[in-house]
Design a protein around this ligand. Structure first.
Ligand code: PHE
Length: 339
């Protein structure tokens, strides 16, 4: 019987290197060490032997089992290693080989923002980035928004944890910083992303882009505002555009105006884009309120200025005829590829 056990061991050790994959190895292991396996069967016979025989045969059988078990384990590791080596060899990839890459394109908001920046640069303006997170002070108090103004309400403003911080609801939150940190005369535009806690529909989003403009010097009047905006719009639409102003209320300007421009598509005759009125509502503006100038550490007796703020999304929609504001924040490449 000992002979039989030894033969089995020799046979197994000779067979193992012939196995080339893990499934075959597992199957073979089962044939030998499994419930009905050859070695298991031999071990079962032990109980029929005399106690002396059982001692010697049992010892030999256990030794063989350990040796075989270990050999199987070693074999399993070898097979795995071979497999990895083989894959490394066959699945090599030369990452330096050039491949055709599809290029993205600039977002329409970026495109128009750059055009707007260019036209203001030509007029001698500086460009600053707006902050997306700001303070309640800069967003409201510094620009003369009363403590009780409904815009501060939970409805419109995203309040941040840790009191006193908000997501900017308007790029006007940059006015105070610019006045305090830049020397006069000031001519600047500040494009930025703003956030409002509003329901989303075709013409409203909770995240959108604005461009703030601020000019401060001695003797600045509403005529400067008119010239600046007319120039910019005529540049953007490649034709003479006229503007009109209606009274409008914004706490940081006095007088405050709503600015419309003549529809560049029908030249004021009336079309779908201007809703047959000949005019397109565009932005809020006005002469900067003395309180705001004072809060910016300048003397309103000496300095005056104008400010304006418009929604870039809206300008882009008009410019390209985009019917729904929600396209801007969606990642739909079919939309983005058109620009
Ligand atoms: N901040 C105003 C808004 O978001 C726009 C505005 C800017 C109006 C500057 C007047 C002057 O509606």
């Amino acid at each position: 019987m000992i002979q039989q056990i030894q033969n089995l061991q020799i046979q197994v050790l000779a067979e193992l290197p012939n196995l080339t994959n893990e499934e075959a190895l597992i199957a073979y292991r089962n044939d030998i060490l499994g419930k009905a396996g050859e070695l298991t069967t031999i071990l079962k016979w032990l109980k029929d032997l005399t106690p002396e025989e059982r001692g010697t045969v049992g010892k030999a059988a256990n030794e063989t089992r350990d040796i075989i078990t270990e050999a199987f384990e070693a074999e399993r590791k070898r097979i795995k290693k071979d497999l990895i080596a083989k894959r490394l060899e066959t699945e090599q990839e030369d990452v330096t080989v050039p491949f055709a890459r599809e290029r993205g394109s600039l977002h329409p908001i970026t495109l128009v923002q750059r055009e707007v920046e260019d036209t203001f640069i030509r007029m001698g303006f500086d460009i600053y980035d707006a902050m997306e997170m700001t303070t309640e002070y800069l967003n409201f108090d510094a620009v003369n928004v009363p403590k009780t103004h409904p815009a501060r309400d939970m409805q419109d403003t995203f309040w941040l944890e840790g009191s006193g911080h908000v997501l900017a609801t308007q790029t006007s939150c940059m006015q105070n910083l610019i006045m305090r940190n830049k020397s006069t005369p000031i001519r600047a535009i500040i494009p930025g992303r703003v956030f409002r806690n509003e329901d989303v529909d075709a013409t409203h989003d909770n995240t959108f882009y604005q461009v703030e403009g601020i000019v401060i010097d001695k003797w600045i009047g509403i005529g400067h505002l008119k010239f600046t905006i007319t120039t910019m719009l005529s540049d953007i639409f490649w034709k003479e555009v006229t503007i009109r102003m209606r009274p409008g209320y914004f706490p940081f300007v006095e007088p405050g105006v709503e600015v419309d421009f003549s529809c560049p598509f029908c030249d004021g005759v009336g079309c779908k884009i201007c809703k047959h009125s000949g005019w397109i509502e565009f932005m809020g503006a006005g002469l900067i309120h003395p309180n705001v100038i004072r809060e910016g550490w300048l003397d309103p007796e000496v300095y005056s200025g104008f400010a304006f703020g418009f929604g870039l999304n809206r300008l882009v929609m008009i410019r390209y005829g985009i019917p729904d504001m929600r396209y801007f924040m969606s990642p739909d490449v079919r939309f983005l590829k058109q620009f």
